[in-house]
Design a binder for this molecule. Structure first.
Ligand SMILES: Nc1nc2c(ncn2[C@@H]2O[C@H](COP(=O)(O)O[C@H]3[C@@H](O)[C@H](n4cnc5c(=O)[nH]c(N)nc54)O[C@@H]3COP(=O)(O)O)[C@@H](O)[C@H]2O)c(=O)[nH]1
Length: 536
């Protein structure tokens, strides 16, 4: 998880990640547009098919109604003159069914147009026998010359003894010229006959879809049958034809998808970067996990022993890298979480330090306190375990002087803390707001010179100022801590000056994990100090 997040957030991978996001959005949008276009297309095809089928349904209904009328009104003796009269009356009804006939023993005996046939006409086996809802037998697409209608063809539809000739129905042209339609008549046993339109379309519809969006071999097909399922219409739209006909729409959809995808990808990346930004992940997690206490040894120059440490925070990021406080301290301040953070540090440091400190030994423990948290009640409560009777710790707070510190209130707090045995040091003395003037007004235990002095190269202005700063602080009678000791020479210089109480710096040791710090304490004697002890 951490690795993936770091990979995604790495500046060098941003281009690739944005491109992949764009691609995913683009493919999804094209897919979605394809899906909706296919759906609309099929709905449109269905509407067209329904319109064409309506003609067939009308004719079918007319044929069935004519048969009903014949059953009801042909009361005379079959094929008698009166019967012929009755037949003609029905044939003249304006429903398109003009040829009616009497049928017996598989033969047409008499018709409305030609009366009694000289020789009854045998129709043979019907193509469609009556079944289910459709109680009519059909002889499809027959030449009508045998019943005296030369040059015509039609379908014989017979129910009982009454029959009607259904004229060939011309296929209404579909509104869309890229649509191919075929009309078939289907038997209950699965057989089917082409009646009009483009042969082969129905056969295509019998194969199952084999492509995306319900495509059959590169075609969209839609089938609709009339009531009873006798007449069926199949419409076919080929993808190739559609790409040509709809090329303008498709190009527009691709361009719009590309633009929208670019916008979406940028938004998604921004959202991801926001959710997984350092700020978001630190604030989301630091109270539960990742906070690490490190301990930088404080060397007592009078005894040459490590007698204390400064507790310094680190945070382990999701990818396990250790983050330094300059990245998260400003966040903590910005979000007003300084007390929560300091309390967590106090808790964790106490648990770690108390776990190994030998009985009877003492250790000075320095914490950095945010100036705005200089509140005696809260500090005493938060650091209570360090100051309770029998505690092996001498607690000290380091406070950076800022313009926000109100001297009189600060002094009250410092006094209250001193009453409980807690020392207060002015941190980073010599830079920022710290001044001799305020130092004179504040009664603190000591000052910690800003590390810039000790770290400055020999002979530099800062290095020369170090000596003056030491003189100044010493004149106040306060304790002096010099941090930023990076060389043996600077350490020797500080020892020789006789003006420094404690030294801290990378030459003595870097901020250490609890195990390494415990190890240093077990070796704390003069011999171990004389050898270089660069750790980490
Ligand atoms: N309120 C809190 N502030 C905290 C806490 N933990 C840290 N901090 C503040 O963050 C600042 C940076 O700290 P860090 O990166 O840990 O740096 C400390 C030392 O590593 C560094 N140091 C010490 N010796 C040397 C050295 O020889 N060379 C060198 N280049 N750097 C050195 O100095 C920093 C200690 O500073 P200070 O606090 O002034 O003693 C830091 O300013 C902390 O205030 C926290 O828990 N709470």
């Amino acid at each position: 998880m951490g690795g993936i997040t770091s990979f995604l957030l790495a500046a060098t991978n941003q281009g690739k990640v944005r491109f992949v996001l764009w691609l995913v959005c683009f493919v999804s949008l094209v897919w979605a547009s394809g899906f909706f276009m296919a759906r609309e297309l099929l709905a449109g095809m269905d509407r067209e098919v329904a319109a064409v089928l309506e003609t067939h349904t009308r004719i079918r209904t007319a044929a069935l109604q004519t048969l009903d009328t014949m059953d009801a009104q042909l009361t005379a003796a079959p094929c008698s003159p009166l019967y012929a009269e009755q037949q003609r009356r029905i044939a003249f009804l304006p429903d398109g069914m003009n040829e009616l006939f009497f049928f017996e023993n598989g033969r047409v005996i008499c018709t409305a147009n030609n009366g009694l046939l000289p020789v009854p006409v045998a129709l043979g086996t019907p193509d469609l026998t009556p079944s289910g809802q459709f109680a009519v037998a059909l002889w499809l697409d027959r030449d009508l010359a045998s019943i005296g209608l030369h040059g015509l063809s039609g379908t014989f539809a017979i129910r009982g003894n009454h029959g009607v000739v259904i004229p060939v129905t011309p296929l209404a042209a579909p509104a869309s010229n890229w649509l191919k339609i075929e009309v078939v008549v289907r038997a209950g046993d699965g057989r089917w006959w082409h009646t009009s339109g483009m042969p082969g379309v129905y056969a295509d519809a019998l194969s199952p879809p084999d492509g995306l969006f319900g495509l059959h071999k590169g075609n969209w097909l839609t089938t609709r049958c009339d009531e009873g399922g006798v007449h069926c219409l199949v419409a076919r739209a080929s993808l190739g034809d559609l790409l040509v006909v709809g090329s303008a729409t498709i190009i527009a959809a691709l361009v719009v998808s590309a633009i929208v995808s670019a916008w979406l990808a940028a938004k998604l990346y921004a959202l991801f970067a926001h959710v997984w930004s350092f700020e978001a992940r630190f604030l989301r997690r630091f109270q539960q996990r990742g906070l690490v206490c490190t301990y930088q040894p404080l060397l007592d120059l009078k005894t040459d022993l490590v007698t204390g440490c400064e507790v310094l925070a680190r945070w382990r990021d999701v990818d396990q890298t250790l983050v330094f406080p300059d990245r998260f301290i400003p966040l903590i301040e910005k979000k007003g979480l300084t007390r929560v953070f300091t309390a967590l540090m106090a808790q964790q440091a106490f648990a770690e330090l108390a776990s190994f400190i030998p009985l009877g030994e003492r250790l000075q423990v320095n914490f950095n306190i945010f100036p705005q948290d200089l509140d005696a009640d809260w500090l005493l409560q938060t650091f209570a375990p360090f100051i309770e009777p029998g505690s092996p710790f001498d607690l000290a707070f380091e406070i950076v002087e800022t313009g926000a510190i109100e001297i009189e209130t600060a002094q009250l707090t410092i006094d209250a803390l001193r009453d409980e045995g807690i020392a207060v040091y002015i941190d980073d003395f010599g830079v920022g707001y710290s001044s001799m003037q305020t130092l004179a007004k504040l009664s603190v235990e000591g000052v910690k010179l800003d590390r810039g002095f000790a770290m400055a190269p020999d002979q530099s202005v800062m290095a020369r100022m170090l000596d003056h700063a030491l003189d100044l602080v010493q004149s106040t009678g306060l304790k002096v801590v010099v941090e930023g000791i990076e060389t043996a020479g600077r350490l020797a210089e500080m020892q020789a000056s006789g003006k420094v109480d404690y030294a801290q710096g990378y030459y003595i040791a870097r901020p250490l994990g609890i195990d390494a710090f415990a190890q240093i304490l077990t070796e704390r004697d003069a011999r171990s100090r004389r050898q270089p002890r660069l750790v980490a």
